[in-house]
Design a binder for this molecule. Structure first.
Ligand code: GCV
Length: 710
């Protein structure tokens, strides 16, 4: 008996490896219901994509329903699932379904009748559409939705939906909190870890169609033949799943590995070098996606080193890739040590004048906020300000500023807040989502990138709940108008259980988690007051960094009289980078949403908030609320014991305990510091910090994950 039990037990019980593709048996009643509607599978295997689609459906349905549908060529009973494209399947063609508007990646799922039998058709114009449709169908079963009268039509709103890995070739991941890089560069190309296939499955299941393999702080080596062979091997694993590979390139590579004396983008030898390099890449990777570039930013080389513009640099690379259909994703994350102007303004100042100067195959990749992936920022003012240029969104999935792997912070609400922000750039309704999906500027090219939170940890993302951030990124990349709550609910059902007693409170907990983090870290528009360099924990007092704009004190500007960064017309005038109605709103302290108050305004400590309380009171109240919220999350989680496997339950519980400890630390350290600056007594009813300010200031941290310059 024991031997049998052991032989059927999965090698890694519930360690999070399966992600949301967790095809565990549904409850008996549900399973038998679905079995009758998924009795036969009619799906081709003439191409690699068809093969993986078929395999996924068979293993998914087998896992969920306890039985594989029978494979067949004709519909012989009720409950057949037909998968494919009109051109690859005469049976599907005979259904004459309208696939006109689906494009290359879209799909439909339709309940149909074939030869008198009920069936479900999953149809794309191309194989990859059918693959996406298959994942959608599996999700319906996995989340126990009805599959009786289906009429689903889906196509992606955004063309390029990519992950950015900040993975170095030595295996380290910049800002990575889930262990080493999953790319085993040393053993590639000969050893193709099966994990690469699971990575591709996970991404395809949420519609991600591109991956940038290496860090934007790039070395030139990735462009050498030895590494290109490794890139090719990964591209081959990903291709059946509709995923293209891209690489981050170092602008000075022609000098470092090409023996040239310059990397000047207007130099004919440099142009020739990049053209030959692109030819070399496409010879071995015909569907290579293109280059991602961080140039003239935080010490990286770039065209400005030669007195050229970002457009000169991007266009030179674009010309090299254009004959092969590749694109350049050029980042706008620039700010200069020598520029005394507000850091939040510098990307706009640099790039706005270049609108209309980029080649057709260039996208500008813009971080969601004007500074750097803070718990809350206003949307970046470039969105809506460069109508002639396709702008890509860059979100951070890894939680560099949001508590690393251990804090439970669901980023869906953050992404949704940014995507639904109205830039008013072309009248009301000019949301950021419409800027990046290309509809406002009438661009055919559009894109969205997420800085991955994936590493070699068995659970991929460093914690079970961090997986939700990878998931929600993909789903919003496909359709940026989806509600993050709906996505959270689907994720919970797929990742844990369909039991309502679990789903409801856990979704609630997730939805409140981002605001909790904002409250215990940076409430009311505060930002960038984390520990220097590694960004772990609070350090609002810190002024140790060499660069002014890396110091917390630069951002909060607290003194005896007040706190906040004056970005109004009387201050840095960052407000005027927004469209006039938004600028007017942000310029007026009374009209500025209080959650962004200290981002745009320097206000006295006794400033009256809408609640009638003073700013000082509200600040303390928000910090306290953040800690209370985490305690409440712990309480919710305690009530979930027994609904899921003990392994994951316990790890989440342990991580929440860390989060509570650190939320308290954030609150106490920030209150102690701001109190020392304001000189004000703690409002009554609030507990004093557990330690004095000196204690918090004395804490230092070495060997912090994701940060390697100690
Ligand atoms: C890849 C922030 C991070 C850096 C990161 C940079 C960027 O400054 O702290 O680690 O570098 O953003 O996005 O380029």
């Amino acid at each position: 008996m024991l031997a049998m039990a052991l032989s059927t037990a999965p090698a890694h019980a519930e360690d999070g490896y399966e992600l949301w593709l967790r095809y565990h048996p549904l409850a008996t009643e549900q399973a038998s219901l679905y079995r009758s509607r998924a009795s036969q599978l009619i799906a081709g295997s003439a191409t690699p994509t068809q093969t993986v689609t078929r395999k996924e459906l068979l293993s998914g349905l087998n896992g969920l329903l306890g039985r594989e549908p029978t494979s067949s060529d004709t519909v012989t009973s009720d409950g057949a699932i037909l998968v494919g494209t009109p051109s690859s399947s005469p049976l599907i063609a005979s259904l004459r379904l309208d696939t006109k508007d689906l494009g290359k990646e879209g799909y439909l799922i339709r309940s149909v009748t074939v030869d008198g039998h009920t069936a479900t058709a999953i149809v794309g114009n191309e194989d990859v559409g059918a693959l996406y449709g298959a994942f959608h169908f599996l999700r319906l079963v996995q989340t126990e939705r009805s599959i009786d009268r289906l009429d689903v039509r889906e196509s992606p709103h955004i063309k390029l939906r990519v992950l950015n890995h900040w993975d170095n070739l030595n295996g380290e991941v910049e800002r990575g909190y889930a262990g080493a890089s999953i790319w085993d560069w040393w053993k590639l190309p000969d050893w193709r870890d099966p994990r690469y296939t699971d990575y591709a499955r996970a991404n395809a299941s949420i519609g991600i169609n591109g991956t940038v393999l290496n860090n934007v702080n790039a070395g030139a080596e990735i462009l050498t033949p030895r590494y290109l062979e490794k890139v090719k091997a990964l591209a081959e694993v990903f291709r059946p799943y509709g995923i293209r590979v891209y690489i981050s390139v170092r602008f000075s590579a022609p000098m470092e590995i090409g023996g040239l004396k310059t990397a000047d983008p207007l130099d004919p030898n440099v142009q020739h070098w990049w053209r030959s390099k692109a030819d070399e890449i496409y010879k071995i990777i015909p569907d290579f996606g293109g280059f991602l570039v961080k140039a003239n930013s935080e010490g990286q080389p770039g065209p400005q080193d030669y007195g050229r513009t970002h457009a000169d640099g991007a266009n030179m690379l674009a010309d090299a890739l254009a004959p092969h259909g590749g694109v350049v994703m050029w980042r706008t994350f620039v700010y200069s040590q020598t520029n005394a102007d507000d850091r939040a303004k510098q990307a706009y100042t640099e790039f706005k004048p270049l609108d209309g100067h980029f080649r057709d195959n260039v996208l500008l990749q813009v971080k969601n906020g004007p500074v750097d992936f803070q718990p809350r920022e206003p949307y970046g003012p470039l969105f809506g300000a460069m109508p002639k240029t396709p702008l890509m969104m860059e979100f951070q999935i890894t939680k560099e500023y949001l508590g690393f792997a251990t804090h439970l912070v669901y980023l869906g609400p953050l992404y949704e807040e940014v995507l639904s922000s109205d830039t008013m750039a072309h009248g009301q309704g000019s949301t950021v989502a419409k800027v990046i999906d290309g509809s406002l500027g009438h661009h055919t090219l559009s894109g969205i990138a997420g800085v991955a939170n994936i590493g070699a940890n068995r659970n991929w993302s460093g914690s079970d709940f961090n997986q939700a951030n990878w998931y929600v990124f993909g789903r919003l990349a496909w359709n940026p108008t989806l509600a993050s709550r709906t996505i959270a609910e689907q994720w919970v059902r797929m990742t844990f259980t369909n039991n309502e007693a679990f789903v409801k409170p856990v979704v609630e907990m997730m939805m409140g988690s981002r605001e909790a983090a904002v409250d215990y870290m940076t409430p009311l528009g505060l930002h960038h007051i984390m520990g220097p360099g590694h960004h772990y924990g609070p350090a609002p007092w810190d002024a140790s960094e060499a660069r002014a704009d890396w110091r917390p004190v630069y951002y909060h500007r607290a003194d005896r009289n007040g706190i906040g960064f004056d970005r109004t017309r009387a201050g840095s005038d960052a407000v005027d980078q927004y469209a006039p109605p938004i600028a007017a709103q942000f310029n007026d302290v009374k009209q500025t949403p209080e959650q962004l108050l200290l981002w745009f305004h320097h206000v006295p400590w006794d400033y009256r908030m809408r609640s009638g309380h003073t700013l000082w009171y509200e600040l303390v109240a928000h910090y306290t609320q953040g800690v209370d919220d985490v305690k409440h999350m712990q309480e919710t989680w305690r009530g979930m014991d027994g609904y899921i496997d003990a392994e994951r339950y316990q790890q989440v519980a342990a991580y929440l305990a860390i989060q509570e400890k650190e939320a308290q630390w954030w609150r106490d350290a920030c209150i102690a510091y701001f109190q020392s600056v304001s000189g004000l007594p703690l409002p009554s009813g609030f507990a004093p910090p557990q330690h004095d300010l000196k204690y918090y200031e004395s804490l230092t941290f070495k060997n912090v994950p994701g940060y390697s310059s100690w």
